[in-house]
Design a protein. Structure first.
Length: 359
């Protein structure tokens, strides 16, 4: 038969590996099932025999991997009769919480840092009808306030300290294993609040422990130098980076992230903003894949580690591209040195513009 059942989201697909019942009302926007794209041109440029794949999480319904966790968190909030949810966010969590809350018919309160949020993410939260509270402080301040308020008000936290978030997010590791037919040798990803590395490690472990695969990847996670508590060994006071999604100084899943790194035999490393933006541009130009700055740090990481030999030839590497490039158009346009060509609406001028740019 030439038909397949409609894809209805990751809870339906991985129902037996997630904490839901047969009669649970599932809140889904068809998240998950994102493409695993093999890099061709960048791999060739590295001049080493390494297979690099990107898990393009920017293609989730609200444009980031947060949707994997949010479908679970909102589904469980509804299950528990919650009427409102709250999160602190650098942007993507608020966009996702807003969308899934709209779907579920509950009120999302989102605390965002004043002025340090990418425009696309703010637009999403506002369009979906979230109560957007801009605080004079950063993500870490927001996180502290959210924890305090949830102790005093009947409201569910949907940050990644909510255990259901990680349950949903672990499914990305399942999908990677199913597509590769095995676990990768290395998995590279950005490191912010540290929920995602913890979730991937949980997912890889689950398939390893149930005997579906016989190996687990080394987990390699990267931070922006201005917001690198894992590299400093302690929280940092005023995190700064152009990669606003990982502008976090006091990560909530501190112990879990360390455990993932140590148990897997992986490592943490850091990149400055210039390197992050260069990786973002390279991926867009050479492979046709547009991710946001924070996501690109995994590309910077894999390139450095392959070049240095830390990731040896013959390896299979996966990188999580956590969010879509369209989330942050300002940062993207600012780093494009070539401006649009402006001409009169005449054939001769179009022809001229083409001739001068044929390469
Ligand atoms: C949330 C987010 C991160 C960081 O993930 P953590 O789970 O907080 O470590 C990285 N990139 C993007 C685009 C994000 O939205």
């Amino acid at each position: 038969m030439p038909f397949r059942p409609r894809y209805t989201g990751l809870i339906d697909k991985y129902r037996d590996r997630l904490p839901v019942h047969d009669d649970t009302r599932i809140i889904s926007l068809g998240e998950g099932n994102t493409p695993l794209i093999r890099l061709n041109n960048i791999s060739r440029q590295l001049d080493k025999e390494v297979d690099i794949y990107v898990k393009y999480e920017g293609l989730n319904p609200t444009g980031s991997f947060k949707d994997r966790g949010m479908t679970m968190a909102i589904t469980k909030a509804i299950d528990a009769n919650s009427k409102a949810v709250i999160c602190a966010s650098t942007g993507n969590t608020s966009a996702s919480a807003a969308a899934y809350s709209a779907r579920a018919g509950i009120i999302p309160f989102v605390l965002i840092p004043d002025g340090k949020i990418a425009l696309g993410k703010l637009a999403q939260a506002m369009m979906h009808g979230a109560v957007v509270i801009q605080i004079q402080g950063n993500f870490d301040d927001g996180m502290r306030l959210v924890k305090e308020v949830a102790e005093q008000a009947p409201i569910t936290i949907v940050n990644s300290i909510n255990p259901y978030r990680l349950q949903g997010q672990k499914t990305a590791a399942f999908e990677i294993i199913e597509e590769l037919g095995k676990a990768p040798d290395y998995h590279c990803l950005p490191l912010g609040n540290a929920g995602n590395i913890s979730a991937y490690w949980m997912g890889y472990n689950e398939y390893f422990q149930t005997g579906i695969v016989n190996q687990r990847p080394k987990m390699c996670a990267y931070q922006a130098s201005g917001a690198a508590p894992f590299l400093r060994g302690h929280p940092v006071e005023n995190p700064e980076t152009v990669a606003t999604a990982i502008r976090i100084g006091n990560p909530q899943s501190w112990d879990k992230a360390w455990a993932a790194q140590k148990e897997s035999g992986g490592w943490f490393d850091e990149f400055d903003d210039q390197d992050i933006l260069a990786a973002q541009k390279l991926l867009a130009e050479k492979e046709g894949i547009f991710c946001e700055p924070a996501s690109a740090i995994s590309i910077a990481g894999v390139m450095r580690d392959v070049k240095s030999g830390k990731i040896p030839e013959g390896s299979v590497v996966t990188c999580t591209l956590t969010g879509h490039g369209l989330k942050d158009p300002d940062t993207a346009i600012q780093q494009c040195t070539v401006q649009p060509i402006k001409i009169k609406a005449e054939l001769a001028e179009v022809k001229n513009a083409i001739l001068q740019n044929m390469g």
